[in-house]
Design a protein around this ligand. Structure first.
Ligand code: G6P
Length: 613
């Protein structure tokens, strides 16, 4: 979603800011803007569309020396919430005096009331945004001290914010604050970079400070002073990012998505490394901070997440019940806090989030904490809000995921959930021998996935047959049911085909009415319990003329007979097989989208990290 970059140092700020915005493009946005401190005055350039358009606009509108001489500025990519993605609605926004510029992520929920109050005092607003109201409010509170003005304004605000503020009356510093929307400050040599996401900082420094909610920081080129909103100094540690700048590059692939699909064998190896104990047939998940006694107490596992992470949770649900005999359920994070979840101290709530910033998942974590549940997280982004608020959990170690459509995070989430279920299972029904066998299967995941990734070219050939259709149905049963949901989500996200995932048996309860000769049905028909029933469901589809693409087990000639086309995955335990199966569907979706000429890494309207409800 929206992205913030701020820079104060010695370099050409406009270029640094625009390059920083490019690093945040993957988050999804629809307009962009930049404000620089030019000769004691604020200069602003904004544009709907891409960061490249903003760059062109700034070069066209500003004299060349203005473009390159500023050393301080703030910039933003906006994902429209209040008002369409137009130039006037793009950030930065100015206050009434034009001296204060603001960029903002999040939502000011009481902006209407604040706007009316300010209008009554004579403020004129140019945009439809909640952000402009905050800029004016800061200006209205300004009685000579910018820091105090921001504190006073933020006290009046309801909602969420990550902000960076530039003032012509205070040109040698930037003030940044957060509540609910992340802010990371990069501590460079004679330069400081502010960003909503560490990807924009990586090429400058590895040393960062994460702001906590209600922190407000005064930033200069060589100092960072952090206080709370009551002006009391607070100390935040400097952390090492430990991320490789190259990890955020395409590395020779046409798209980040393709690169990330290909990275999965390595990512899975990283997610698994050091976490399996083959002699005891269990897993070692240090960050969960649980003793065998704690685990024995758990009577229910509740998995919460959104989007692809929700689908990973659905696979986890099968794993916890199957391996650990523990009651398990998945809940949509968006609904969790609104439906009075019944929770107690024996419930383990696992919040699943690649970014660790998804607003609904974070709210679910807070609700579960309130209710006294045992809460942990499964995040990819180190230092993210959900990871820090839960305080315990497991990192995926998948590396930065740039493509909006999640791939490697999903497979690593499932792998980690399987390791969690194994650990819980060993305290319950799993014998040492069962555990050893399953741990070996987990260990084999990188090579199983590599065998699917190697089929990319043949999957591209199959995709060519399906790219012209407008609808597709994905079916599966057992742990392959969530894989069907995820396969459909991948296809619709990036190719804009209408795709739906159903339990194989559900098709006949309605959706089958939509099948026509040639309608694609993508069937998860691997050789696992329930396969025969799925083959029966495929027959029902074939009888109505559907074209069947099967995901089947290598060497299963019987299943192959049912298919018009098929992709094979290696034979594995049903839970383990979900991972290679989903990789086949990721590649299928990728190639369909590529052949349809879609913008794969940044699909229209989608955001990588959804920080609003
Ligand atoms: C957005 C992304 C999805 C992601 C979902 C949850 O919708 O486009 O790819 O699955 O958010 O994100 P999270 O970071 O919490 O896993």
């Amino acid at each position: 979603m929206c992205g913030i970059v701020g820079y104060i140092g010695k370099a050409d700020a406009t270029s640094v800011l625009i390059n920083g915005l490019r690093r945040l493009e993957y988050r999804g946005y629809d307009s962009a803007g930049v404000a620089i401190m030019d000769d004691g005055r604020i200069a602003i350039a904004k544009s709907p569309g891409k960061v490249a358009a903003l760059n062109d606009r700034a070069r066209a509108e500003w004299p060349a020396e203005r473009f390159s001489r500023a050393t301080t500025g703030i910039a933003h990519t906006r994902w429209a919430t209040h008002g369409p993605p137009t130039e006037v609605n793009a950030h930065p926004h100015l206050d009434q005096s034009g001296d204060i510029a603001l960029v903002h992520n999040g939502i000011i929920e009481n902006y209407r009331a604040l706007r009316s109050r300010l209008e009554a005092k004579g403020h004129l607003f140019l945009s439809e945004t909640d952000t402009e109201v905050l800029a004016h409010l800061i200006g209205d509170c300004h009685k000579g001290d910018l820091f105090q003005a921001i504190c006073d304004a933020l006290h009046q605000v309801e909602g969420t914010f990550g902000i960076a503020v530039l003032s012509a009356r205070d040109p040698h510093r930037i003030i940044t604050a957060r509540r609910g929307s992340p802010i990371v400050i990069g501590v460079g040599e004679g330069e400081t970079i502010i960003a909503s996401d560490a990807s924009a900082i990586l090429s400058h420094t590895q040393r960062v400070i994460y702001l906590d909610d209600n922190d407000i920081a005064i930033v200069t080129a060589d100092s960072i002073e952090i206080r709370d909103l009551h002006n009391v100094p607070v100390t935040r540690e400097i952390a090492e990012l430990g991320l490789d700048a190259e990890a955020a590059e395409k590395g020779g692939f046409d798209h980040f998505m393709l690169k990330e699909i290909h990275e999965q064998p390595d990512c899975l190896a990283n997610a698994i490394r050091g976490r399996l104990d083959h002699s005891l047939g269990t897993s070692v998940l240090a960050g969960t901070g649980t003793s065998p006694r704690d685990l024995a107490e758990i009577s229910r596992v509740v998995l919460v997440g959104c989007g692809t992470s929700l689908h990973a949770g659905l696979v986890g649900e099968y794993a916890f019940e199957d391996l650990a005999d523990v009651h398990s359920e998945v809940q949509q994070a968006a609904e969790f806090r609104y439906r009075n979840p019944i929770l107690g101290s024996r419930d383990l709530v696992v919040a699943i989030s690649q970014s660790g910033e998804t607003a609904d998942t974070l709210a679910a974590v807070r609700e579960a904490n309130q209710k006294g549940a045992f809460v942990m997280s499964l995040c990819n982004v180190v230092g993210s809000t959900i990871a820090r608020e839960t305080g315990r959990g497991v990192y995926l170690h998948a590396g930065p995921e740039i493509s909006v459509a999640s791939t490697k995070a999903f497979t690593c989430q499932v792998a980690v959930l399987l390791m969690m279920a194994l650990k819980l299972g060993r305290g319950r029904r799993f014998s040492r021998e069962d555990g050893i066998r399953f741990a070996r299967e987990i260990e084999s995941l990188p090579s199983l996935v590599a065998r699917v990734v190697d089929q990319s070219d043949s999957i591209a050939t199959i995709a060519a047959t399906y790219q012209k259709n407008e609808h597709a149905f994905f079916i599966g049963r057992g742990p392959m049911y969530p894989v069907a949901l995820e396969g459909a989500l991948k296809l619709k996200e990036i190719s804009y085909l209408h795709a739906e995932g159903y339990h194989a048996a559900e098709l006949k309860h309605g959706p089958i009415a939509l099948l026509q000769p040639g309608t694609p049905v993508i069937a998860l028909a691997c050789d696992i319990p329930g396969k025969d029933k799925t083959l029966g469901n495929i027959e029902e589809c074939r009888a109505r003329g559907a074209r069947i693409l099967g995901i089947i087990t290598e060497g299963d000639h019987e299943a192959a007979e049912f298919m018009d086309d098929f992709i094979t995955i290696p034979r594995a335990h049903p839970l383990i097989a979900t991972i290679p199966a989903v990789v086949a569907l990721q590649l299928f979706a990728y190639h369909v989208a590529r052949l349809r000429g879609c913008e794969i890494d940044q699909p229209r309207n989608l955001a990588k990290s959804v920080t609003v409800e």
